[in-house]
Write a protein that binds this ligand. Sequence first.
Ligand code: ADP
Ligand code: ASP
Ligand code: MG
Length: 432
Amino acid sequence: MRLNLVNMKVFKFGGASVKDADGIKNVVRILEQYADEHTVVVISAMGKTTNALEQVVDAYFDPKKNAQEPLTAIRNQHFELLKQLFDPSDEVFASINDSFVEIDWILEDEPQEQYDYIYDQIVSIGEMVSTKIVAAFLNKSGIPAQWLDARDVIHTNNTHREAKVDWYTTEKTMNEIVPDQAKKGLVITQGFIGSTSENFTTTLGREGSDYSAAIFAYCLNAKSMSIWKDVPGVLTADPRLFKHVTKIDRLSYREAIEMTYYGAKVIHPKTIKPLQNKNITLYVKSFIEPEGSGTIISANLESQYPPVIVVEKNQVLLHISTRNFSFVAEDNLSAIFLAFAKHRIKVNMMQNSAISFSVCVDNKIRRIKGLLEDLTKDFKVLKDENLELITIRHYKHEVIERLKKGKMVILEERIRNNAQMVVKDIPVIERI
Ligand code: ADP
Ligand code: ASP
Ligand code: MG
């Protein structure tokens, strides 16, 4: 018999929250206090493990490098952590070892498969091990926890590294499996990963664990979802870049989706839509001060927001123009956009003139290379690198002026309450 899922909740803990033994103990305390029955807990890889596993993949494909070196460091880090949390005889040691052995097997053979496919098989291990550790530690602490392999319930296509969710199958399988597990305790599962119909592991895109949590929340008709971060909530700008920031107490889905679309790193941009579609409230809370009120994101309309600044670094501006001075008209634009779609490059900002079209994109080197190979068959393309894209929502004139200090503005646009500019640092010329 299926449970009544009206009270299902989804929690998500990112890498920063489980980066070490103290972090894991803190997560367990939060779960003890704030999770109730029927909570699904989505967890990322510990700390910077995903970056480190990316190094393993790179080394595997680079004949000059030894992939075992970075892998040994990751393995040691995990075993050091295990020693701090468990008795040496605990079966979790063997289980974690088994996960790392899966990577050893891949590394034993020469690379034959596609990079993106191998990437997913290796990098996903980060989430597999972090969740096994947290589930085992919860059980050891007397909090019943069920480990769930997210690949059994999140079904995707085979676009490796950016897999698309098969919502119909995912919703169906999730409801067949998760409610029964939830009867027995907290359900601990991985963010970021899914699997194809042939059972190959896929990943949903970097930082995708927030999105995974939203997939669970949507499919299970959750009452709410909480993402536990190292900040008090959504702030008016990234505190790593700006000194004076304030917490935004309430945000509408619309405002949140706009902010994250432009690159506010605090929430993965794909997270909001599934929640909005089922009217599920999203709480952004601090795992450092869990009692704080955080930010509540819901359908409630807020008409007044303070200026919110989003900075995207490492941007590239592509100036695309026709070779024969013909206009960049609709037919050309459609060919240009097709090429962007083919190479999966997101347009962050664009502007056109009679014979040229400028597009600001993230500096994804491999993809841009492919794009340029296609575009330069028909167009002339100039590339301007090392730029920043600054978006100011609900802008005020003085905020824009302040942000321009020391910067050269290359492209600027203001539409309704959104101002955007592509800028470059003004080089400092030393006077002798
Ligand atoms: P997780 O550990 O869940 O992956 P992230 O590191 O992805 O968390 O997101 C939290 C980080 O997002 C914060 O440490 C902060 O530096 C950054 N950030 C960027 N923009 C904002 C913003 N507007 N409000 C709060 N944090 C922000
Ligand atoms: N571990 C993955 C990453 O670092 C997913 C996530 O943390 O959201 O990208
Ligand atoms: Mg993240």
